[in-house]
Design a protein around this ligand. Structure first.
Ligand code: AP5
Ligand code: MG
Ligand code: ZN
Length: 218
């Protein structure tokens, strides 16, 4: 299955995509994780990526498309993938469609997880992440077993750098302008599936499974 997961910041894209990675046995390719790995380096590219992310702006399409499409050409993604956070502009969506068509592949489902803005702010304020394995936690709804330590790999957990109230505000505006139009883009192509993300994680999981027709798979 070739699947994209999109929706506003903090909707739970990463949380759901990580679980689907295990359920479907397909790689979880998150553009945000790709950029968070690059930004740790000491290079002109890392500085450029930091400047966009820390302001809550999107990294330019050309660079984003090149990095993500290169990742999708790796052998583990040839049997299918779960793309999280890409595409998030129309040029990115078109580039993905044409790259897949060139390889005689196509997207099967665009999973849209929707959550209202006020819930997003609360969730992002409580989020902590593992910089090593990209696991996602929340001090309120999903705390790690040992304080500030990753359950999966034992690394120290941290806050992201793009979660001040001001930067969250910019991210929501940019999402509305540049990514919300993808609902229509994928709706027109007949592959849009919407899930209400403003419910407990387990309930959202059930909604995702239903949207993907996975109820008998696990
Ligand atoms: P990215 O990392 O993709 O950030 P985002 O889209 O803003 O989304 P988040 O990762 O913040 O949220 P999420 O939906 O994954 O939620 P999560 O599961 O963590 O991108 C970051 C930046 O990189 C961008 O701003 C941009 O600069 C750049 N970038 C990335 N892709 C790009 C692209 N394609 N083009 C250009 N630039 C790009 O959950 C959030 C919290 O809520 C967690 O604490 C979680 O535990 C909790 N939670 C999850 N589900 C629930 C639930 N149902 N109930 C209660 N709590 C929940
Ligand atoms: Mg995410
Ligand atoms: Zn970890």
């Amino acid at each position: 299955m070739n699947l994209i997961v999109f929706g506003p910041p903090g909707a739970g894209k990463g949380t759901q995509a990580k679980r689907l990675e295990t359920v479907l046995g397909l790689p979880h390719v998150a553009s945000g994780d790709i950029f968070r790995d690059i930004r740790k380096q000491d290079s002109p590219l890392a500085r450029e990526v930091r400047s966009y992310m820390d302001a809550g702006n999107y990294v330019p399409d050309e660079l984003t498309i090149e990095l993500v499409l290169a990742r999708l050409r790796k052998p583990d993604a040839l049997q299918g993938f779960i793309l999280d956070g890409f595409p998030r502009t129309e040029p990115q969506a078109e580039a993905l469609d044409s790259a897949l068509a060139g390889d005689r592949r196509r997207l099967d489902v665009a999973l849209y997880i929707n959550v209202p803005d006020e819930i997003i702010t609360q969730r992002l304020q409580g989020r902590i992440i593992c910089p090593q394995c990209h696991a996602i936690y929340n001090v309120v709804t999903h705390p790690p077993i040992v304080d500030l330590t990753c359950d999966v790999c034992g690394h120290a957990l941290e806050k992201r750098t793009d979660e001040t109230p001001e930067v969250i505000g910019t991210r929501l505006e940019v999402y509305e302008q540049q990514t919300a139009p993808l609902v229509e883009y994928y709706g027109t192509r007949g592959i849009l599936r919407e899930v209400d993300g403003n419910q407990a994680v387990r309930v959202v999981e059930a909604g995702v499974d239903e949207a993907l027709d996975l109820r008998g798979v696990k």
